[in-house]
Design a protein around this ligand. Structure first.
Ligand code: NAD
Ligand code: LMR
Length: 327
């Protein structure tokens, strides 16, 4: 018997990331190959025609699991009764715009979208914020949706996690799938901290296999941190297919579980590791039965603490930058 369809909202539907993401969701890559989905697509009024074009292409794929599509410029229509929401659409940085202006422009968007989710989404909706600055946008969304559990509003650190996996795999000649217990902490920004201290490859400690702490600190960490900028430099556009892939990984694992494996997710802190409550911070997490748990009790070395302090400081500054809007 066919299952009832789940409703998945995706914002920024006319943009680059969605040009990959929507097709992956419709193909069953998030909810599974036996789960019909209804896509509820949000974009700005001036992008509605472009969204219609993308939907024509979705139709032309004849995806058996695509049970319906809604196109709208109204967040309350897009988020009505949704089981999951990918918040991808955001204001890009325009010429002459300072980081503070970008923060404020996005704060306004995510305040409205948080309020709309609060009003009309399913009470157990799973939200993934991709649009940058992703952690702080997730923080604003959560603050603007007081009736939803703050834990259900997450930010995307998975691209950083996947980038680090791939760099480590290349360094030691391993398959990225064999690297376990990697953690990416903090902000989705160049200050993120890719932490390999607990990671293993087929039971062997990754730091021992790498055997090059100088490369780890001096090359791996900055390479992962600046990867987004390197892609913009090379492509003239920001990462899109890899970002969509990371969004699929994040939501699929949250829904279906990780079998004890660690993933990195931007999660509203419960105070663990000294991160102030409510700050949306990248933590290692294990997913099962549709929920997740932060991996607790890890030892934080002096170097790790110094890296956590840097990325936390950036997030606290971002929080202060939007305090006029969030209150
Ligand atoms: P894009 O510019 O191609 O598309 C963005 C889309 O969002 C556009 O169609 C635009 O009209 C729409 N939009 C803008 N404001 C909106 C609003 N208020 N409501 C609904 N839609 C709105 O951008 P993209 O390449 O798809 O990237 C989207 C965002 O994802 C950017 O902020 C980018 O920096 C971010 N990103 C995050 C990660 C991550 O790892 N967290 C990785 C890559 C990109
Ligand atoms: C990325 O990491 O690729 C994105 O967040 C885009 C960017 O601005 O770095």
């Amino acid at each position: 018997m066919t299952k009832p369809a789940v409703r998945v909202a995706v914002t920024g539907a006319a943009g680059q990331i969605c040009y990959s993401l929507l097709f992956r969701i419709a193909n069953g890559d998030v909810y599974g190959k036996d789960q019909p989905v209804i896509l509820q697509l949000l974009d700005l009024p001036q992008a509605q025609n472009a969204v219609k074009g993308v939907v024509m292409e979705l139709e032309d794929c004849a995806f058996p699991l695509l049970a319906g599509v809604v196109i709208t410029d109204d967040p309350k229509v897009a988020f009505k009764d949704v089981d999951a929401a990918f918040l991808v659409g955001a204001r890009p940085r325009s010429k002459g715009m300072e980081r503070a202006d970008l923060l404020l422009a996005n704060a306004e968007i995510f305040k409205v979208q948080g309020a709309a989710l609060n009003a009309v989404a399913k009470r157990d909706v799973k939200v993934l914020v991709v649009g940058n600055p992703a952690n702080t946008n997730a923080y604003i969304t959560a603050k603007s949706a007081p009736d939803l559990p703050a834990g259900n509003i997450t930010a995307m650190l998975r691209l950083d996690h996947n980038r680090a996996l791939s760099q480590f795999a290349a360094k030691i000649g391993a398959n990225s799938a064999d690297i376990e217990k990697l953690a990416v902490w903090g902000n989705h920004s160049p200050t993120m901290f890719a932490d390999y201290r607990f990671a293993t490859v087929k039971g062997e400690p990754l730091p021992k296999l790498v055997n090059d702490e100088e490369w780890y600190r001096g090359t791996l960490i900055p390479t992962v941190g600046k990867r987004g900028a390197a892609i913009i430099e090379a492509r003239g556009l920001s990462s899109a297919a890899s970002a969509a892939n990371a969004a699929v990984d994040h939501m699929r694992d949250w829904i279906h579980g990780t079998n004890g494996g660690w993933v990195s997710m931007g999660i509203a802190s419960d105070g663990s590791y000294g991160i102030p409550e409510g700050i949306v911070f990248g933590f290692p997490a294990v997913c099962s039965n549709g929920s997740y748990e932060v991996v607790k009790g890890l030892e934080i070395s002096e170097y790790a603490q110094s890296m956590l302090n840097i990325t936390l400081k950036e997030l606290l500054d971002e929080r202060d930058g939007v305090s006029a809007i969030v209150g």
